[in-house]
Design a protein around this ligand. Structure first.
Ligand SMILES: NC(=O)c1ccc[n+]([C@@H]2O[C@H](COP(=O)([O-])OP(=O)(O)OC[C@H]3O[C@@H](n4cnc5c(N)ncnc54)[C@H](O)[C@@H]3O)[C@@H](O)[C@H]2O)c1
Length: 451
């Protein structure tokens, strides 16, 4: 029954993708609907804080989306969202804000096709599981899960219900990331050997806001995110780095993560920040932070590559995802501020090349087609693409390009790194969330020019 439903989804996908391909040659307004009413998808929002409103902003620009309901427990977040919705000329949605489980009422509506979940990390899996059980398409923010048990909950629920889940990893759609994926697929670097990636983002002013406050009385992510640094020594946020590399290495699709070892430095940055901003006598200066300032994990893949993943959020540093992709023919190191490439036989021996011409030459078809829509969508345009992919898969009843197995394998880095560090950098084994199917699953991410 399960397989039958998935088979039907795949056939429906192939059919509608071909039909929609013609309809999607669009004019420079956000015109995606085939006709006025028929193809609108109905998306509910759970969590409309900073990130949820960024998704909302992107969907409000489209003519193929209706927003029947939103949910958040924070009145200010609801008010700001209602304001955006009415300014965009959409009908007022039903609001669910009465308690932490109000989202369940939103899920019980039968006029919602999909939900976008942008809540604190500990809510991602419970909400995703409930949404899949309610028969909704799920778009869940990163990371999708915080324990191995939650990773399995996502996979098991998907397999039981057949409701697709997409992990909303926007960095997979960054223009340079997609261009490098294109280069990998066109064999510019030869056979892949190694990659480096991570999340190196000075979040001290996010973790403490205002002043050195976190938890109750704080603002934004300081209300919930900081607590994880107090309690866990792990790579808390692996997917922005590892998602793009996983796509380049076909993880869960002919390849998979096998093992991981992690190392953590001592913890200094958050304590220092508190002392520097509020003095040694501030009560928060007495706290003992578990999270090492820099957590470094090394992953081995089934196909014999290694990946170094860094988590580094408590020290002064310009933002960097620290990408490096290396193969038998050459390599690239690329980031917002620093991009270079070396390809044997093309580059002057032992000299790096500038990357601009390479990025233009290998610009991904998705960016060529939709680049103009992406302006203003957030994070340099990549946010347009992740929301577009979610809406299009819901609309076509297709399987998402970044799926529940990706969500589980990438998110598993947090609990596995935690255990490795706790056990003196012991080797950890990734569960095979695909139950052996990685051997025959085919790559799908960014393999068409539609989404
Ligand atoms: N992909 C990206 O680039 C990106 C950027 C920022 C944040 N994020 C992720 O998005 C998620 C949300 O982050 P944020 O920055 O928006 O945080 P936020 O604190 O600004 O927003 C979270 C919202 O969830 C609401 N919420 C909490 N519990 C709820 C519940 N039980 N029911 C309904 N609403 C609830 C809060 O009131 C808040 O408005 C996090 O997982 C974060 O890691 C991703």
């Amino acid at each position: 029954m399960k397989e039958k439903r998935k088979g039907m989804q795949r056939r429906a996908f192939i059919k509608t993708a071909a039909a929609a391909g013609a309809a999607l040659s669009v004019a420079p307004t956000m015109t995606f609907a085939k006709n006025k009413e028929e193809s609108k998808v109905r998306i509910g929002f759970i969590g409309v804080g900073g990130r949820g409103r960024s998704h909302l902003n992107n969907l409000l620009k489209r003519d193929d989306v209706l927003i029947p309901a939103i949910c958040d427990i924070d009145t200010k977040a609801i008010d700001a969202s209602m304001n955006m919705i009415s300014k965009a000329g959409f009908n007022n949605p039903e609001v669910y804000q009465d308690g932490e489980h109000a989202y369940e009422k939103l899920l019980s509506r039968d006029d919602i096709d999909g939900v976008i979940i942008s809540t604190p990390w500990l809510w991602h899996t419970p909400m995703s599981v409930d949404a899949m059980k309610a028969g909704k398409y799920v778009g869940v923010e990163v990371s999708a899960a915080t324990t191995l048990g939650e990773c399995w909950d996502l996979v098991n629920t998907y397999e039981e219900t057949g409701s697709p889940l997409m992990i909303l990893e926007n960095v997979n759609y960054r223009r340079d990331v997609l261009a490098v994926l294109n280069m990998v697929r066109q064999n510019v670097f030869g056979e892949l050997l190694h990659a480096r990636c991570g999340y190196r983002h000075d979040l001290r002013a996010v973790k403490f806001n205002p002043g050195v406050t976190f938890g109750e009385g704080a603002k934004g992510e300081a209300r919930w995110r900081t607590q994880h640094s107090l309690k866990r020594n792990a790579d808390l946020y692996p997917t922005h780095g590892v998602g793009p590399i996983a796509a380049m290495m076909n993880i869960n699709r002919g390849n998979r993560f096998l093992t991981l070892t992690s190392h953590a430095t001592k913890s200094r940055g958050l304590h220092k920040y508190i002392v520097d901003h509020a003095g040694e006598d501030h009560p928060n200066a007495k706290l003992k932070w578990k999270l090492g300032d820099i957590v470094t994990s090394t992953i081995n893949t089934a196909n014999g590559e290694t990946i170094i993943v860094t988590h580094d959020t408590n020290s002064p540093k310009p933002y960097s995802l620290d990408f490096e992709v290396q193969g038998t023919q050459g390599l690239t190191e690329f980031d917002y501020y620093n991009k270079r490439i070396y390809v044997e036989g093309i580059s002057k021996p032992h000299h790096w090349d500038e990357m601009d011409d390479w990025l233009k030459k290998y610009d991904h078809p998705l960016w060529k087609k939709y680049g103009e829509y992406a302006a203003g969508s957030g994070h340099g345009g990549m946010d347009f693409f992740v929301d577009h992919a979610f809406v299009e898969t819901v609309k076509r009843k297709a399987l998402p390009p970044l799926d529940v197995y990706d969500a589980a394998a990438w998110s598993a880095i947090t609990p596995l790194s935690e255990r490795s560090i706790a056990e003196g950098n012991s080797v950890q084994y990734f569960p095979d969330f695909t139950r052996g199917n990685w051997i025959k699953r085919e790559p799908v991410f960014a393999l068409n020019d539609e989404y």
